[in-house]
Design a protein around this ligand. Structure first.
Ligand SMILES: [Cu+2]
Length: 365
C-alpha cells in the first residue's frame, strides 16, 4: 500500500507560509523594550563602541550572504542539468579563479579584523577620566559594591550619577564571576587574585539590569544586579543617606561621623523600646546574623551583604526578590529553599523571631 502523499495544494501553502513564519520569528527579536538585557540598547560610550562594531560586522555579513546566495541561485537555475546538455568543462587548476577566491576572503577578513581590533584596544584602554571609582566584589551569589572615596558599602544595586565616567575595579571573594550590565557594554571577569577593571559613562537616567556572566555554581542564574543611573543630585542624596548611621543607633563609622555632622545628618532614630523593630535588633545582635553581616555600629560580619541600609534597597539576594516584608520573611525562614545553594543557612527561626527581624531590617533605611 502506498502512503498518501500531501497534495500539491498543501505543499504550495507550506511553501508560501514558511518564509512568512521565519520572517515573523526573526522580527520578534527586534522589539527592544521587551528585552531589558538586550545588547542592542547601548546607554554608554563603551556600549556604543560595541554596537557600532556589531553593526559594521552585520553589514559585511549580510553583504556576503546576499552575494553568495545570488551566485548560488544563478548557478542552480542557469547551469542545471538538462536532458541534452553536454558534460560541463572542469575548472580544476584555473589559476585566476584560485587566486581570486583566496584574496577575496582575505580582504573580507581584513574588513572584519581591523574594526574589531581597534574596538578591543579602545575598550581595554585606560579610562580617559575618572569621576567615580566603584569596587565591585563578586560573591556566590550576590554582588558587593564599595565606594572607597565616599565610605559607602552596599549590595546588588549599584548607584551611579549620569554623565560621569565610572571606573569599576572588579574582584572576587571566591570563584570566577563576570560583571555585566549589557546596556553599559561588555562583560569583564572577576578573577581570584587578579583585579580587573572596566569603565563606562552612562548617558541615560534609569534602572538597568545586569547579571553574572560566568558560570559560578548553583545559583549563578540568580546572581543578578541593578544599575541605578541617577541625576547627580539624586546620587548625592543617596550617598548622604548611605553615610548616615543606621537606625538603632550604634556609633557611625569614624570616617563618616564627621561628614554626617558636617552634612547636619542626625543618626536615624533608634526603634522605640518594646517595638517589634527593637525586639528584632535584639535578636539580630544575639544570633548568628552578626557573624556574617555588618550593620554599622552593631556587627562586622563580611560573609553576607552589608545590611546597614538594607531598607533603602529595592531588591535583595542577588536582586532576585523585591524588598517587601513578605519576601524578607520568607527569605529568613528558609534561605536555601528560596534560592538554591544560598550560603545563608536556615537558622530555624520561629515566626515571632522572623517578624521581629523583618521589622528591624525594614527600619534600616
Ligand atoms: Cu557569579
Amino acid at each position: 500500500m502506498v502512503a498518501r502523499r500531501p497534495t500539491r495544494t498543501v505543499m504550495r501553502l507550506v511553501a508560501a507560509l514558511a518564509p512568512a513564519a521565519l520572517l515573523a520569528a526573526a522580527l520578534a527579536g527586534c522589539a527592544p523594550n521587551d528585552f531589558p538585557q538586550s545588547t542592542f540598547n547601548p546607554r554608554s560610550e563603551f556600549a556604543g563602541m560595541i554596537q557600532s562594531l556589531n553593526l559594521q560586522l552585520i553589514f559585511w555579513v549580510v553583504l556576503i550572504f546576499i552575494v553568495v546566495q545570488t551566485l548560488l541561485i544563478v548557478a542552480i537555475v542557469k547551469f542545471r542539468a538538462r536532458p541534452d546538455s553536454p558534460e560541463p568543462k572542469p575548472v580544476h587548476g584555473n589559476t585566476a579563479l584560485e587566486i581570486a577566491w583566496t584574496i577575496a576572503p582575505a580582504i573580507i577578513l581584513a574588513f572584519v579584523a581591523v574594526p574589531t581590533v581597534l574596538t578591543i584596544f579602545k575598550t581595554q584602554a585606560k579610562p580617559v577620566r575618572t569621576d567615580l571609582v566603584v569596587k565591585v566584589i563578586g560573591h556566590q551569589w550576590w554582588w558587593e559594591f564599595q565606594y572607597p572615596d565616599l565610605g559607602v558599602v552596599t549590595a546588588n544595586e549599584m548607584h551611579v550619577p549620569v554623565g560621569r565616567t565610572i571606573v569599576v575595579d572588579i574582584e572576587t571573594a571566591d570563584v570566577i564571576h563576570s560583571f555585566w550590565f549589557p546596556a553599559m557594554g561588555g562583560k569583564r571577569d572577576a578573577i581570584p587574585g587578579r583585579p580587573n577593571r572596566i569603565w563606562f559613562t552612562p548617558d541615560t537616567v534609569g534602572v538597568f539590569p545586569g547579571q553574572c556572566a560566568e558560570f559560578c555554581g548553583l545559583s549563578h542564574a540568580n546572581m543578578r544586579m541593578k544599575l541605578m543611573v541617577e541625576t547627580p543630585a539624586a546620587f548625592a542624596a543617596w550617598v548622604e543617606l548611605q553615610r548616615r548611621p543606621p537606625a538603632g543607633g550604634g556609633a557611625a563609622p569614624d570616617s563618616t561621623a564627621a561628614v554626617s555632622a558636617a552634612m547636619a545628618l542626625a543618626p536615624a532614630p533608634a526603634p522605640p523600646a518594646g517595638s517589634p523593630a527593637a525586639r528584632g535588633r535584639e535578636i539580630f545582635g544575639q544570633s548568628a546574623c552578626i557573624g556574617c553581616h555588618t550593620v554599622a555600629g552593631l556587627s562586622a560580619g563580611v560573609l553576607g551583604p552589608d545590611l546597614t541600609h538594607f531598607a533603602s534597597r529595592t531588591t535583595f539576594a542577588g536582586s532576585l526578590f523585591e524588598n517587601t516584608p513578605d519576601n524578607v520573611a520568607r527569605w529568613l525562614t528558609d534561605p536555601p529553599g528560596r534560592k538554591p545553594g544560598a550560603l545563608m543557612p536556615n537558622l530555624g527561626l520561629t515566626p515571632e523571631q522572623v517578624n521581629a527581624l523583618v521589622a528591624y531590617l525594614e527600619s534600616l533605611k
